[in-house]
Design a protein around this ligand. Structure first.
Ligand SMILES: [Mn+2]
Length: 368
C-alpha cells in the first residue's frame, strides 16, 4: 500500500470510522495513482478500517485503473445503471451497516450525499476528510519533490519559448500558442492552468488575459505558466521588457517587486510563519509606496493542485516546515500604467528553501 493510502487508513482507524468515501478526482489520484476527469460520471474511492479499499469508476475507465497498477478491487458501471445502488452493494459486502462515514465536506455533492443516505439511513458524518487531506498534502515526500522539480524545469523551458516568440505585433494569445506548442512537442501532456501572457497595461489586471492585444516596443510583458508533470504542478511568473527601455514608472515597480520577491525567498526557513513571510514581502512594497497595488496574498501551496495549503497570507500563523511547497509571488498592478509579478514556487528545506524554477529574474530587455 502506498504511503498516502496507508495514512488515510490510519486516519479512518484513529477517527473510529466505518469507512472513508473519497470523490474528488485529484484526491483519488493522490491516493491511488489513477488520474481521471470523470466529468458528470461517478468515480469514488472507499477505504475501510479492516477490509481492503475499492475503487468505483465508469466502466470505460476500468482498463485505465488496471494500467496504473491499482492492486485492489475495482468495479464499474454502465451509463444506464444506477451507480449508487452498485456502490451500496459493494460497501455491504465489506460492512453491512457502516455508521460513521468520513467524507470530503468540500467535495461531496448534495446529490451523492442524498444517494448514500438513502441506502444507509443510519449513516453519520462525524469526520471531514477534506481537512485531513489538506493537512496530509502539506508535506511533500522526496518523490513528490522530484516530480515537481521536473515540472519546474519544464516551466523554465516554457519561459524560453515565450521569450523567443516576442516580436512587434504578435498577440498575447499567439505567444501562448507558441509556449504550449513547444511544451506539447517536448512531451508535456498538460499545462497546469491556462497560460497567461499579458502585455503593457493588460498586466495591471492580475486575473485577466491573454487577449488579442499586440505586443509593442517598450511594453513590460508578463508570463504566468506551469506544467502538469505526472499529476504534480509547476507555476511561475516572469515579467520582461520588450523592444527597448520601458517607462521609468514601470521599471521602478519592477525593481520594487523583484526586491520583495528576493527578500521573501531568502527569508524562508522552518519555523517562520506564513503570515510573517507575507509581511516581509509586503513591507518592501509598502515602504516603496505601492502597498495598495499589491492586492493579493504572497503565495499559495502547490502540489497536485496549483492552489492548496499553506496559504502565505496575513492571519495564517502556520509555521513553515521542511517539505512544504508554495509560491512566492508579489505583484504590483497600477491600472493604466503597468503590472509586474515575479513568482517562484519553492520547497522548504532544513535551512531555507529551494526554488523549482531558475529562469533569471533580473530586469531583462528582449530585442525587437
Ligand atoms: Mn501562482
Amino acid at each position: 500500500m502506498n504511503q498516502h493510502l496507508t495514512d488515510l487508513v490510519a486516519w479512518v482507524n484513529a477517527q473510529h470510522l466505518s469507512l472513508a468515501y473519497i470523490t474528488d478526482p485529484t484526491n483519488i489520484n493522490y491516493f491511488t495513482g489513477f488520474d481521471s476527469d470523470p466529468e458528470e460520471r461517478i468515480t469514488a474511492l472507499f477505504v475501510f478500517p479492516d477490509a481492503e479499499p475499492f475503487l468505483f469508476v465508469p466502466a470505460l475507465s476500468i482498463e485505465g485503473v488496471k494500467k496504473v497498477g491499482w492492486p485492489y478491487a475495482v468495479s464499474g458501471y454502465l451509463d444506464h445503471e444506477d451507480p449508487f445502488a452498485l456502490i451500496a452493494a459493494e460497501i455491504k459486502k465489506r460492512d453491512a451497516s457502516p455508521l460513521r462515514w468520513g467524507v470530503e465536506k468540500d467535495a461531496l455533492s448534495v446529490l451523492k450525499y442524498e444517494a448514500m443516505t438513502r441506502h444507509f439511513p443510519q449513516a453519520t458524518f462525524p469526520a471531514d476528510a477534506s481537512r485531513f487531506i489538506e493537512q496530509l498534502k502539506l508535506i511533500k515526500s522526496p518523490e513528490e519533490i522530484a516530480l515537481m522539480t521536473e515540472a519546474g524545469q519544464q516551466a523554465d523551458r516554457a519561459f524560453q519559448a515565450g521569450f523567443a516568440a516576442l516580436r512587434t505585433g504578435i498577440t498575447e494569445q499567439q505567444i501562448v500558442a507558441e509556449i504550449e506548442y513547444a511544451m506539447m512537442k517536448e512531451g508535456v501532456m498538460h499545462m497546469s492552468f491556462d497560460t497567461i501572457v499579458q502585455a503593457g497595461q493588460d498586466a495591471a489586471d492580475p486575473h485577466g488575459g491573454p487577449v488579442a492585444t499586440k505586443v509593442a516596443p517598450g511594453d513590460l510583458v508578463l508570463f504566468d505558466l506551469g506544467t502538469n508533470n505526472h499529476g504534480y504542478m509547476s507555476d511561475a511568473t516572469r515579467t520582461v521588457a520588450f523592444g527597448g527601455p520601458v517607462a521609468p514608472k514601470a521599471k521602478e515597480i519592477y525593481k520594487v517587486c523583484l526586491e520583495a520577491q528576493l527578500t521573501a525567498q531568502s527569508a524562508v526557513r522552518p519555523g517562520l510563519t506564513a503570515a510573517a513571510l507575507d509581511k516581509i514581502a509586503r513591507d518592501v512594497i509598502t515602504k516603496a509606496g505601492y502597498g495598495e497595488y499589491f492586492n493579493h496574498r504572497l503565495g499559495h501551496g502547490i502540489g497536485m493542485s496549483t492552489h492548496e495549503f499553506p496559504s502565505i497570507m496575513a492571519g495564517n500563523d502556520m509555521e513553515l516546515q521542511p517539505g512544504m511547497c508554495f509560491s512566492i509571488e508579489p505583484g504590483i498592478y497600477i491600472p493604466g500604467v503597468a503590472g509586474v509579478r515575479i513568482e517562484d514556487c519553492v520547497h522548504v528545506t532544513a535551512t531555507g528553501c529551494e526554488p523549482f524554477t531558475h529562469t533569471p529574474k533580473d530586469y531583462t530587455v528582449y530585442g525587437l
